[in-house]
Ligand binder design. Structure first.
Ligand code: SAM
Length: 314
């Protein structure tokens, strides 16, 4: 596959992720009034997929809320490979105040998101700018929300776009990536993580992605992704929890910790777990457990205030 078509295959993984989120939301796994605006396709996914996405969303939310609690109103969120994620609108609806919220993805993905936001009263109103936005075909800036197109492998481009989004390098900043780094060469990820260390005063990173990819089940997962034409250039870091944390430690982050989704799922509020376990019958408990063993959340930090988040064990 040439570079163009493999990039396109990677971009199409966003359609998958957002369709799965929409499927789970429609069944009531969690509330998100915005995903249906961004994703038209409402095909129902199998129960283990819905539960897997529930754990992913809840797990990531758990750490986002901890970050917001520690950092207060004067903070920023930068979402790498954000796709059609609706976090900005969900946090706003929940009354969280964030100084700057910037999303980066390939321009072809941000173009589609821009197009939808421009045409949706609900999404536009959510920016709280009375419809006032600066936009091009691939980028949108409105109030504290910034959506920009860049290739994360190109540091100059990323730096320029963050500047254009008025990111403040001295505010506590949360970086997010959900199933993104696995598609990027390890050397490019290292450069990005080192650059963050050199520019930001205090920050935290939440990375959700594959782990334990060396066993049979992991190999099958990777085969499926490869069959779709996705280059898995960053898969080396998905070998184990240690390789996940090492990528931060080796680029001089103060610390990092990772858990498989088995542990994260067990840390979710028992009432919530109980509620969602009644939504659909799950025939394949074993399959879900295997999926949970093969995804993880890794949290890394710079600045001692954030070390407490990871060390307090959820
Ligand atoms: N984070 C979103 C979510 O969880 O719903 C989307 C996940 S999707 C599996 C991966 C996303 O990462 C895609 O939107 C893709 O375009 C983006 N991505 C992958 N490599 C990238 C790169 N080098 N530069 C910018 N975006 C990239």
């Amino acid at each position: 596959l040439d570079e163009m078509s493999s990039d396109e295959a990677v971009q199409s993984t966003n359609d998958d992720a957002s369709e799965c989120k929409r499927s789970a939301v429609r069944l009531g796994y969690w509330q998100d009034d915005y995903i249906q605006i961004l994703v038209r396709n409402s095909e129902k996914k199998p129960p283990e997929i819905n539960r897997g996405y529930f754990a992913r969303t809840e797990g990531v939310n758990l750490f986002i809320k901890k970050f917001l609690k520690v950092s207060g109103d004067k903070c920023q969120i930068i979402s790498f490979g954000a796709g059609f994620d609706t976090l900005y609108w969900r946090l706003r609806e929940a009354q969280f105040k964030i100084e700057n919220f910037t999303e980066i993805d390939f321009p072809s993905v941000t173009a589609r998101k821009c197009y939808t936001i421009k045409r949706s009263k609900v999404l536009l109103d959510g920016l709280g700018t009375d419809g006032e936005v600066r936009l091009s075909s691939t980028e949108l800036h409105g109030g504290n929300y910034h959506l920009v197109g860049a290739d994360l492998r190109n540091l100059n481009e990323v730096a320029t776009k963050l500047r254009e989004s008025e990111v403040n390098f001295n505010l506590p900043t949360l970086f997010l990536s959900e199933c993104v780094l696995v598609y990027i060469e390890s050397s490019s990820v290292s450069n990005l993580l080192s650059w963050i260390m050199s520019r930001f005063t205090s920050c935290m990173f939440i990375n959700y992605e594959q782990v334990n990819m060396c066993d049979r089940f992991g190999e099958i997962m990777l085969e499926n992704l490869r069959a779709r034409g996705c280059p898995l250039s960053g898969v080396d870091a998905c070998r184990s929890l240690d390789t996940q944390t090492n990528r931060f430690i080796s680029t001089n982050w103060d610390g990092a910790k990772a858990w498989t989704m088995v542990d994260i799922y067990n840390a979710i509020d028992p009432c919530e777990r109980h509620r969602i376990e009644k939504i659909e019958l799950l025939d394949e408990q074993e399959l879900l457990t295997q999926l949970f063993q093969h995804y993880c959340i890794c949290v890394a930090w710079k600045g001692h205030v954030f070390s407490s988040i990871a060390l307090s064990d959820y």
